[in-house]
Design a protein around this ligand. Structure first.
Ligand code: TPP
Ligand code: MG
Length: 903
């Protein structure tokens, strides 16, 4: 960056002076060598920075600690007691995994991840993590998924859990579901875990956006988040996930100095080394620094300090810099003689440097991530970084399986070992100096004892006092409303209920109006969080920019190019809209932050994330699953929905299956509305369900499709109960009284074909009952429950499924049409015994063309619906096959046309 020759393009105001400096450098290199030259240059850069001479940051520094020994702060804790507490936590963490696998072989669990990160967590628990007992929201801590045993073990010492609870590790069924989940799952441990992390990469990404959302809340004066820090603990292997590193620049751009990443750099992942042939810490340092983060490397333990102090020639530094991770891993499993020969042996000066140390001393030259004081210094620096504008990452070098003994430490297989022999357990006990607490006799008779100090012990008193001083135990998930949200006024929804008269509009336009109305609603307005990726104009949401403004933490420092237009691009520090740019993953992370704020902060924000429906479940499905685990509430709005409704875009854009994917997420309430008033009814009911005062089963979110096809929006029919829309199916228009009748269910934009079918068939004396199927998922969920109840209550009168009940008096065969795959309506077919059920849908890969051409191709236009109804009637003996043939001819349908399913 700084050596690219650009300086040659700039004028030199004093060439003589320049030459003097260059000559001096040459002299240093000649006389003292390159190492000295490098040292002097670094000193110069440091001095320049101190003197505010701005300079592009170098992205990598030598392979030593960022904080030198002289700059380490005084350690305020009781080191001895904290070491004892750590030993207890380590012991119980190992014990619970080993016991779990003894009692249920194959139940799994992880010993080595926590073993490597115990100090990383304990320094936080004893000195930094802020709790919520003082009524604040505290810090937000994203624990590394595989480190849960250590977090449970500490909760056990703190007496938040009992031995019986630890014995339920990974056993979540039985005991009223009061097991300890394998990983952080708020869905399964709603009083304990706050943030699901175990799907690699999602924890860091959501933590980052959470820190950003806290700033949004602060800037919008919705909540004082200034005292809350977001801590994210992650693995070095996890950094290979694009989600982990993909949003780093947002954190520095947004000046998230309330964010701290702690990367447990044990140099290993599941199968082996993270970068055997390289150096993961150096690589990550460059990435984070390049992205503008404050990087604190904690590589070497204290005992290295005296060696470094002797390193006049830079040989040790050079050795550290040039040793690859694969070798470092090897040193962690070898003895002192090997380390002496291989690491220090190559250069006599190096060998001399450690001549006074025994082989045992060499083995115990510790890594920084196991050195409590070094970690304290790093965490303190991270917390004192508030105000600097830079987020912090701590890269802590550790050994995977640390303290667990030779069978574990640094072994490639260590990640998955979950059993320990008695000999290994005793060795661990000895290593942790727990002889008094756990005598040999404790191992007799099925042994495997937990240990916790009594409540009057100094250790217990100390740890509890520390937690008390920091605001109580963590992690803890609390629903403690600190702000109340009143329900929106009914009048806010009136505009959509009235319909659009003659005017042709889309459901997307209807929703945008509603979003604007909601944002102005005196009760709910300020709590609404509209989120869009870089697609606002596609959805007509640019109309919201001037009124709601786009959130920009720095305000708007420029006059936008369209400032003189009514719909100019208006940014503001108090802006309400989160315009995320082109990142569906980031947008979803914001959705999760806003959708869980009711719990994490006691602030009930209501997110509406509107996106290209194709790039929702399919693109960021795992994040949506994470939202479900996190008990997020809010609305996912799948715009430009429908494989034939979005014309011209082709197979990458045309979504005919997001509703199928939505059906796989249990708490997701998915809807495919045809009309604006349906959208209004679903959203109004959704807000009441998720945020209303008396509702139950409220930790759900909604997925609602929106289309961009314009048509006159009918008014909500007189007498229609909004609850009928929400339950998933209602009769939209009854069939005229004729001899021959059939039923057509429509969803979304397919209402057009359905209505045209009814009109056409009326001319042939066939009455069509039209029903709007707003949610096949809701109908199926109900039917599955009824079916299950009936099976388990053989002597009770059977409960009919709602869909069966509703369609009992719907006449004739049933044809269901939507702009999604046939499997969407088919979800309910099984629950309509004795009925002909014909689904029409858009199976196959999308392609570009006009709506008309696409609907003909996918066989969902009026002609095909007519043919389907006639064909079903013919099969029931109510129509002749000649009529079917005539309809095929009338609509110009080619019976030999390419089957869209056939790719
Ligand atoms: C998305 C995803 N892919 C794969 C896994 C399976 N997995 C669990 S832990 C792990 C290795 C983790 O290595 P690292 O991040 O270095 O953590 P460590 O245990 O070494 O601290 C893998 C691949 C997962 N949990 N999530
Ligand atoms: Mg690792």
């Amino acid at each position: 960056m700084i050596f690219d020759g650009h300086v040659n393009q700039l004028p030199d105001s004093d060439p003589g002076e320049t030459q003097e400096w260059l000559d001096s450098l040459d002299a240093v290199i000649d006389v003292h060598g390159k190492t000295r030259a490098r040292f002097l240059l670094t000193k110069l850069l440091e001095k320049a920075r101190e003197s505010q001479v701005s300079f592009p940051a170098t992205v990598s520094t030598p392979y030593i600690n960022t904080i030198p020994r002289e700059a380490e702060p005084w350690f305020p804790g009781d080191e001895y007691l904290e070491r004892r507490i750590r030993a207890f936590v380590r012991w119980n963490a190992a014990m619970m995994v080993v016991r779990a696998n003894k009692h249920a072989d194959g139940i799994g669990g992880h010993l080595s991840t926590y073993a490597s990160s115990a100090s990383l967590y304990e320094i936080g628990f004893n000195h930094f993590f802020r709790g919520k007992d003082d009524g604040t929201a505290g810090d937000h801590i994203y624990f590394q998924g595989h480190a849960t045993p250590g977090v449970y073990a500490r909760a056990f010492l703190e007496r938040r859990l009992e031995a019986a609870d630890l014995d339920q590790f990974r056993r979540e069924i039985g005991r009223d579901g009061k097991g300890l989940s394998s990983y952080p799952h708020p869905r399964l441990m709603p009083d304990f875990w706050e943030f699901p992390t175990v799907s690699m990469g999602l924890g860091p990404l959501t933590a980052l956006y959470h820190a950003r959302f806290n700033r949004y809340l602060l800037n919008r004066e919705l909540d004082d988040t200034s005292q809350s820090r977001v801590w994210a603990f992650l693995g070095d292997g996890e950094c290979d996930e694009p989600e982990t590193l993909g949003a780093l620049s947002l954190a520095s751009r947004e000046k998230l100095d309330n964010l701290v990443f702690v990367v447990n750099c044990n140099l290993q992942r599941l199968d082996g080394p993270v970068r055997g042939n390289g150096k993961i810490i150096q690589e990550l340092e460059a990435v984070f620094r390049g992205a503008g983060w404050n990087v604190i490397k904690v590589i070497l333990g204290s005992k290295w300090d005296e060696l470094l102090a002797k390193d006049k020639d830079g040989v040790l530094l050079n050795r550290l810099n040039t040793t690859v991770d694969g070798e470092f891993q090897r040193y962690s499993v070898e003895g002192g003689a090997y380390i002496r020969d291989e690491f220090f042996g190559g250069d006599p000066r190096l060998r001399q440097m450690v001549a006074h140390l025994t082989d045992d001393d060499l083995v115990h030259l510790p890594r920084g991530g196991h050195d409590y004081r070094k970690l304290y210094a790093a965490y303190k620096a991270a917390t004192e970084n508030l105000g600097s504008g830079a987020p912090t990452v701590i890269l802590a070098k550790t050994i995977k399986g640390w303290t667990l003994g030779p069978g574990f430490e640094g072994r490639n297989s260590t990640h998955q070992i979950k059993k320990m022999t008695d000999a290994q357990l005793m060795a661990l006990r000895d290593r942790l100096h727990l002889h008094d607490e756990i005598p040999d006799s404790a191992f007799e008779h099925d042994g495997l004892p937990y240990f916790r100090p009594a409540e009057d012990s100094v250790e217990y008193q100390y740890m509890i006092e520390r937690r008390r001083a920091l605001g109580g135990s963590v992690p803890k998930r609390l629903i403690r409303p600190r702000k109340t949200l009143a329900m929106p006024l009914d009048s806010t929804f009136a505009e959509l209920r009235q319909g659009s008269g003659e005017q042709e509009v889309s459901t997307t336009m209807g929703f945008t109006r509603l979003l604007r109305n909601l944002s102005r609603d005196e009760n709910i307005g300020q709590w609404v969080v509209p989120i869009i990726p870089d697609e606002g104009r596609t959805f007509g949401m640019d109309s919201l920019f001037p009124a709601l403004k786009i959130y920009a933490s720095q305000g708007q420092k420029y006059q936008p190019v369209d400032h003189d237009l009514l719909l100019s691009y208006a940014e503001s520090a108090k802006g309400q809209i989160l315009e995320e740019g082109i990142t569906e993953a980031g947008s979803l992370a914001s959705f999760i932050a806003a959708g869980t704020a009711y719990a994490t902060r006691g602030v009930p924000t209501v997110p509406f994330y509107t996106f290209y429906s194709m790039f929702g479940f399919q693109r960021v499905g795992d994040l949506i699953w994470q939202a479900a685990d996190a008990r997020a509430r809010g609305f996912l709005m799948g715009a430009t929905a429908g494989r034939t409704t979005l014309p011209g875009e082709g197979l990458q854009h045309q979504d005919g299956h997001s509703l199928v994917l939505a059906s796989t997420v249990p708490p997701c309430q998915s809807y495919d509305p045809a009309f604006a008033y349906e959208v209004a009814a679903i959203i109004q009911a959704g807000i009441h369900r998720m945020y209303g005062p008396d509702s139950t089963n409220r930790d759900v979110f909604y997925y609602i499709t929106l289309y961009n096809e314009n048509y006159p929006m009918p008014a909500m029919p007189e007498g229609l109960d909004a609850a009928d829309i929400v339950r998933g199916l209602y009769r939209w228009a009854p069939a005229p009284e004729t001899d021959r009748r059939a039923t057509v269910l429509f969803s979304g934009s397919a209402h057009g074909a359905a209505r045209a079918t009814a009109a056409e068939l009326a001319e042939y004396g066939i009455g069509v009952d039209l029903w709007s199927a707003t949610s096949y998922k809701a109908l199926r969920d109900d039917a599955l429950s009824a079916e299950r109840w009936n099976r388990l209550h053989p002597h009770q009168p059977a409960r009919p499924a709602l869909v069966q009940q509703l369609l009992a008096d719907a006449p004739g065969p049933i044809v269901a049409v939507s702009d999604f795959m046939k499997i969407v309506p088919e979800q309910v077919a099984r629950f309509l015994p004795g009925r002909t059920f014909v689904p029409l849908g858009t199976d196959g890969m999308g392609r570009s063309d006009t709506r008309e051409a696409l609907r003909d191709y996918f066989e969902v236009d009026a002609g095909h619906v007519v043919v389907a109804v006639l064909s079903a009637l013919a099969a029931e003996g109510k129509a002749s096959y000649d009529e079917v043939q005539a309809a095929i001819a009338r609509h110009g349908i080619n019976p030999e046309a390419h089957d869209p399913l056939d790719v």
